[in-house]
Design a protein around this ligand. Structure first.
Ligand SMILES: [Fe+2]
Ligand SMILES: [Fe+2]
Length: 286
């Protein structure tokens, strides 16, 4: 077990605290005015987390992380080993009420399975948060989780806590502060760098193995400004718009899966080992 005790770079009691903040924003409080009110009342550690995230996610930072992790030369692990590895990360909050990392993954996959979703959808749900192992490679919370957003162009006002971008060094680069920034209108999200985190990382790990719809779900599941707020449409192409149907479908399972009964990981294991073997080789590059 590895509890990452809160410190200056890791203000949250665990990664689950960001998931809870998103869930409260989009599930408990759907109305705009309430959303604003809620963000002001959010625990100070959540605000501090977003302050660090918005201050440090720059074009240079994102490109450096893509160079570091893109070659996938950190480890060789099976999907199940990665799940066990991620599960060593324990939130520093109430372990009796909080789901473990594996339980969240399985609950997401099980909800999709109950709804009769295709097998690629279920397996995508199972692996969607495995990129959070970035924390175990020493990345701070603000470089692992958080609502993602494009870097290198103007920040949308729909991003939670937009005021914190004032301290981001990219705010001083005029080229990065226009609507399209370093991109061109309708260029497609594949050409756009989003803030670095667990979405982009798991996308690269799974790229050879999952269908395009599943890869979109993995890569953009934290891109709330786009899939929930409708921002950045001008950077999307026709393919993105088509595929975001799946990103939004998936978001329901990610957000609403918490709070149900805890899945019995060992009982479900044979089904999921089978499902994993259908899509993935025994070892993957991470
Ligand atoms: Fe996630
Ligand atoms: Fe998740």
């Amino acid at each position: 077990m590895r509890v990452i005790a809160p410190d200056a770079q890791n203000p949250l009691s665990g990664l689950g605290q960001w998931d809870d903040a998103v869930r409260e924003r989009y599930v408990a409080n759907r109305k705009k005015e309430e959303f604003r009110q809620h963000t002001d009342e959010a625990p100070s550690v959540v605000r501090e987390f977003y302050r660090l995230n918005h201050t440090n996610q720059t074009v240079d930072f994102v490109r450096a992380k893509k160079r570091e992790y893109g070659p996938l030369q950190k480890r060789r692990m099976s999907v199940w080993e990665a799940m066990d590895y991620l599960n060593t990360l324990v939130d520093d909050s109430d372990p009796d009420t909080d789901l473990s990392q594996i339980q969240h993954l399985m609950q997401t996959a099980e909800a999709a399975r109950r709804d009769g979703r295709p097998r690629w959808f279920i397996v995508s749900g199972l692996v969607h948060d495995l990129g959070k192992i970035l924390c175990l490679f020493g990345e701070p919370q603000w470089a692992v989780v958080g609502d993602t957003f494009p870097v290198g162009c103007a920040w949308s006002e729909t991003i939670v806590y937009p005021k914190f971008f004032a301290a981001n060094p990219d705010s001083n680069i005029p080229e990065y502060q226009t609507r399209n920034g370093i991109y061109t209108e309708g260029c497609g999200l594949n050409s756009v760098d989003l803030s670095w985190g667990h979405d982009e990382y798991i996308y690269h790990v799974c790229k050879p193995y999952l269908p395009e719809e599943g890869l979109y779900m993995l890569r953009y599941h934290s891109f709330y400004p786009c899939h929930q707020e409708g921002a950045y449409q001008h950077l999307m192409d026709a393919r993105d718009r088509e595929m975001f149907y799946w990103v939004r479908e998936f978001n329901n399972y990610d957000l609403y899966s918490k709070g149900e009964s805890k899945p019995d990981v060992e009982a479900l294991r044979p089904y999921y080992e089978n499902l994993i073997a259908e899509f993935f080789p025994p070892q993957l590059s991470w």
